[in-house]
Write a protein that binds this ligand. Structure first.
Ligand SMILES: [Zn+2]
Length: 132
């Protein structure tokens, strides 16, 4: 079993990552008020440009805007997913189920938790990991 001190350390790391992810998400997206945990990327620039889109489309200017939008969407999806993992891990700490593999219910090795405090499974049962 994990001792309280280790759990506290991992919890601090998770909270730090959560704040960082939230800050990063806030620069490209806004929280969806109807769907907690879901974020909508900001479209301001894109909407502004839509007014003159026809002319800009010819010159290719808007293509870059679309690229930028898609990049932000991909980034926001990635951050959102990671944030969910971090929040799930924090919830498991509260529920006292932290550090247990969600698949086989065995303890997750401490080394793995230190490398990725949001890990929800041991290495054997790890789905493809995001980020770390
Ligand atoms: Zn397992």
């Amino acid at each position: 079993m994990l001792d309280q001190k280790t759990i506290d350390e991992l919890k601090t790391a998770l909270e730090k990552e959560r704040d960082l992810l939230t800050k990063e998400l806030e620069t490209i997206a806004t929280p969806d008020p109807n769907l907690p945990g879901d974020w909508d990327i900001k479209h301001e620039e894109w909407e502004e440009n839509e007014i003159t889109s026809e002319k800009e489309l010819e010159s290719g200017v808007n293509v870059n805007e679309v690229d930028e939008d898609m990049k932000n969407k991909a980034l926001s999806d990635h951050l959102e997913l990671r944030l969910k993992e971090v929040n799930d891990a924090l919830k498991r700490i509260e529920d006292k189920t932290y550090g247990i593999c969600q698949v086989c219910q065995k303890e997750i090795p401490l080394e793995r938790l230190k490398a990725n405090p949001a890990a929800s499974t041991d290495i054997e049962h790890s789905p493809k990991e995001h980020g770390i």
